[in-house]
Design a protein around this ligand. Structure first.
Ligand SMILES: [Zn+2]
Length: 431
């Protein structure tokens, strides 16, 4: 089992001379960088100057961090510019995230050139697990804008002697499959539903990729199984959002959870209701603090994602933490009567159906008389709405809900870093 390449990379980043990571040295680095970040944010960011007032701006140990207040997505949406710690002309890239659903204001994230280089560096090293020097890698993420996720990945791959083929989000699956076949592509990087769309249309005899990296907030097991069964390839997960600077963590060969950019990001697990820190092994909400970001540091930012730190050492031998694959979001759960409806439940049921490529879920109606509308995209001529409906009606949370399946919706492009949600329109009905 090959050690995650993140370990020697992090050891080098924090100034250790050997390949071996000393965990005490990493913790000392994290504490030093946390304190630098606190100083920077409380002096330069209008938001944090107010938010951290009355709290210590010098931590004596890592666990002191839990005394500081959390930062929410709502804080970020309310006034993104108030987070910025540098002058406007030092900002190299602004990413605007439109919010799905009804919550309104977009989120904006600001990055300096140095901030982007940190991510590029991570992307290159992270890809060493699943590719070899000289491999051709098809990038199905947005690539056009300088500093976009696909563009940073392209640069990162070049640094580790791989050959990136920027392609962008798939609009014509047949064309993408032709490229994979013609160029003998070894590895694909894309969002789960896009890569699923390719695997569903793949035909025997065409070239098959050896590995796939799915980049998103979480990957339904049903999609993973379909990819591995049709291509016999290894599927790796990348955990990264724009807030994290586009890259957060990536699977090692063991593929049971992500190892994280621990020299650049400090992760915590909290109880989503009380906000209290949770020990390894317990499921909670992922929270992170940036350690090296200059443009727009984030302190104890709540991701809303549900996961846990897997206790004990990873079989790859690393001393880095292992964050279990994210299994949905705390914030995305809807209450239906006394039951909880999760997008992950819908994903596992629907993506197991042959020919279903993607769907959008909307809960509408009024309490006690709810209707779940599924707008699905199917592979040509294999639509099976009855099967989809039967699978959904087996879910306990949908026992008292009217389930309707309609076909086709236009997916949001580029969409690959957009968080998927169940759209809740129950409160928008006229009384
Ligand atoms: Zn590992």
């Amino acid at each position: 089992m090959q050690l995650t390449p993140l370990e020697p990379w992090i050891a080098h980043k924090i100034g250790l001379t050997g390949q071996q990571l000393d965990i005490k040295a990493l913790q000392a680095w994290q504490l030093k960088k946390l304190n630098e970040t606190l100083h920077l944010a409380s002096q330069k960011s209008i938001f944090y100057r107010r938010h951290l007032q009355g709290f210590p701006n010098e931590l004596g140990c890592l666990s002191d961090l839990q005394q500081l207040p959390l930062t929410s997505a709502a804080d970020l949406r309310a006034n993104p510019l108030a987070f910025v710690c540098v002058s406007q002309d030092e900002i190299a890239r602004v990413v605007t995230l439109q919010t799905s659903g009804t919550s309104g204001l977009p989120k904006r994230l600001f990055f300096t050139t140095d901030d982007q280089e940190l991510t590029t560096d991570f992307f290159g090293v992270g890809m060493e697990t699943l590719t070899k020097p000289g491999d051709q890698i098809l990038i199905l993420l947005p690539v056009e804008k300088p500093g976009s996720v696909g563009d940073l990945l392209r640069q990162g791959l070049q640094c580790v002697q791989r050959t990136p083929i920027p392609y962008g989000p798939v609009r014509d699956p047949q064309d993408a499959l032709m490229q994979i076949d013609r160029l003998r592509i070894e590895c694909l990087v894309g969002s789960p539903s896009q890569v699923l769309g390719l695997a569903q249309r793949w035909e025997a005899g065409m070239h098959r990729p050896r590995s796939v990296l799915l980049s998103t907030d979480y990957v339904p097991q049903a999609i993973l199984n379909t990819l591995e069964n049709s291509w016999g390839c290894q599927v790796f997960n990348h955990y990264g959002t724009t807030e994290m600077g586009l890259g957060g963590g990536v699977d090692c060969e063991v593929r049971r959870g992500y190892h994280l950019r621990e020299a650049d990001l400090y992760f915590e697990m909290i109880d989503p209701s009380s906000g209290k820190l949770l020990p390894p092994g317990e499921y909670g909400e992922v929270v992170f603090t940036t350690l090296t970001r200059q443009g727009m540091p984030l302190i104890r930012y709540r991701m809303g994602d549900r996961s846990r730190f897997i206790p004990g050492q990873c079989p790859c031998g690393t001393q880095l933490k292992t964050l279990e694959h994210v299994s949905g979001r705390w914030e995305g759960f809807l209450t239906v009567g006394e039951q909880i409806l999760r997008l992950s439940d819908l994903d596992e049921a629907l993506f197991a159906l042959p020919g279903l490529l993607d769907f959008k879920a909307t809960l509408q109606g009024s309490p006690g008389q709810e209707e779940l509308l599924i707008e699905a995209i199917w592979e040509h001529e294999v639509e099976d709405s009855n099967a989809a409906r039967s699978l959904l009606l087996e879910l306990p949370s949908l026992q008292s809900v009217d389930v309707r399946i309609s076909h086709r919706y236009e997916p949001d492009y580029p969409g690959s870093l957009q968080k998927r949600i169940i759209h809740d329109l129950r409160h928008q009905l006229p009384l």
